[in-house]
Design a protein around this ligand. Sequence first.
Ligand SMILES: [Zn+2]
Length: 333
Amino acid sequence: MATTFIDYYEILGLPRTATKDEIKSAYRKAALKYHPDLHPASEKTAAEEKFKKINEANEVLSDPEKREKYDHLGENLNNGQEWEPSPNMGNQGNSYWNGEDTSSFSDFFESLFGGPKARGFAGGFGQQRNTRGQDLESQIELTLEEAYHGGQRRFQFSLKSICPECAGMGTVNQKTCRSCGGTGYKTTTKTLDVNIPAGLKDGNTIRLRGQGGEGSSGGKQGDLLLTVKVLPHTTFTLKGNNLETTIIIRPEQAALGSKISVPTIDGKVTVTVPPMSHNGQRLRLRSKGWPEKSGTRGDQYVEIRIDIPTSLRQEERLIYQKLMDLGKEVHNH
Ligand SMILES: [Zn+2]
């Protein structure tokens, strides 16, 4: 189970060299500032989140044993960095966990110090695994625009989970399970508001914590894992981090150069087609592509196609005739 490194010092606004008293005082100040009861309803959720993080930071930094373990790990990691605990670290981690309620703490905390969630990756603990609900999987279809912009959307999911009555066996006491009719699975429909991060790609996964199967004997609910399917788009194709599109221009625009309007995922922009442009030539629009992890963006490539209008006015016909005659003259010499 990969998790993200959390900089507890940063949360409390402390240097790594902070003393016990400094930690205590920073914690008190921060906890008072973000206590959910002291915030109006509109800010309560945000304050609660912050308050949880502050408590978690204090839990680690105020405990010398935990702090030492954390400091050792943190030497080479930055806030938000992906971190995969080694399996034996998980076992050590569990020895720290004394059954205290860690439900409000992060996965990172539990990976490091143990807790019900940490057991998942420690592996081998057959009967303990049953306490946490199953992770369920489903697919989420997004238009290219939705994948690009992100935002909240309501989705309905059809979820297949292992039948809790028969544990997926299909039988209870050698009789067909009444709960699932012997299939071993149960299908439920769930409607959820999903927060879609901006810049998702086909095949990415969104994890909705606690939206999976019910836990047993007081265990936590599993997660819901959504695989992103980005639907094909009529205008754009995503290749890597670059968007590709095609524009059609007239012969005279290609020959003399011109300014044309080109669709981008952010809206239309005006692009200069240079004189003597050829069919199939590509123009590059810098940073008009897909968002990248580094904060920069890919490019957009615009392929030029040259085509004539479906009909010509008399004046245009004459000009083409002139071009034709001119061409003959040139070739005859
Ligand atoms: Zn069943």
